[in-house]
Design a protein around this ligand. Structure first.
Ligand code: NAP
Length: 239
């Protein structure tokens, strides 16, 4: 059975590694400089929208498409749903669950990066911004001291914030040290979910810091969605 696996996440790499008796082609956008390659065959780069992906699927027939992209990679997911429907290929979305708030948390849910920037001045003055490279510019107008952490440097390089280039997984001890060293008093993050980048939320809870949490784009309608790698394997085996 041949599967197109849209990746760029830890779950996608785990799935590719476990699907030993399937023929898997993993697809990466190729945005990060230091690509973390999954096991097996890999293709890199955009397909060229819905039309490009539809054409790719016609040229490279597969039995299933699994979209295991990041929960915030909404465009890729939308394109995959449309292209798979056009070609008539079964499709599954693997989307890890979001993070859940505990009674010790001080979370402020917002709809977008821009909405987070609006609310920030009411929450603190020294910001730790962990939303990746995309959407950073929305925060320039806050005028607040900001430490922005991303995997690769944004282009052009922002001049209004201090940049920290790093890649998870992170641990709570190091996150606490970082928050203290920069006297951070508010955290901004997307509701990415998963254990790899959760430590900052635990650290913020320990320090009783407010967190502005950007909500996920809605899950796609009309296609099955699972939350774990074993559930995705189960779906493929049933297929
Ligand atoms: P996006 O906005 O949904 O996608 C933008 C375009 O990038 C897509 O239209 C597609 O180009 C191309 N693309 C995205 N994922 C692709 C894939 N797996 N294979 C081939 N082309 C892909 O995506 P994004 O938020 O920029 O994320 C890009 C990649 O980084 C994704 O694979 C995602 O899993 C990973 N990632 C994203 C985040 C995040 O916070 N957004 C975090 C960690 C990892 P065409 O239209 O030309 O096909």
């Amino acid at each position: 059975m041949k599967v197109l696996l849209l990746g760029g996440t830890g779950e996608a790499r785990e799935l590719a590694a476990q699907l030993v008796d399937f023929e898997v082609v993993s697809s990466l956008a190729g945005r990060t400089k230091d690509l973390r390659l999954p096991a097996g065959e890999v293709r890199v780069g955009g397909f060229g929208g819905v039309a490009g992906l539809t054409e790719w699927l016609r040229d490279h027939p597969v039995d299933a498409v699994v979209d295991a992209t990041h929960p915030f990679a909404a465009t890729m997911t939308e394109h995959a749903v449309a292209a798979a429907a056009q070609v008539g290929v079964p499709m599954l979305v693997l989307r890890r669950p979001g993070w859940s708030e505990s009674s010790d948390d001080n979370w402020h849910w917002v709809e977008s990066a821009s909405a987070a920037a609006d609310v920030l001045p009411t929450l603190g003055s020294r910001v730790f911004l962990t939303i990746g490279r995309q959407g950073l510019e929305a925060f320039a107008r806050t005028g607040l001291w900001t430490l922005a952490r991303c995997v690769d440097p944004p282009e052009p390089l922002p001049t209004w914030c201090t940049l920290l280039l790093d890649r998870g997984p992170y641990d709570v001890g190091a996150e606490l040290e970082l928050l203290r060293a920069h006297a951070i008093d508010v955290l901004v993050t997307k509701d990415s979910g998963g254990p790899q980048t959760e430590a900052k939320l635990t650290a913020a809870r320990e320090l009783r810091l407010p967190v502005a949490l950007i909500q996920r784009p809605p899950a796609p309608a009309g296609v099955p969605v699972v939350e774990t790698v074993p559930a995705a394997i189960g779906w493929l085996r049933r297929l």
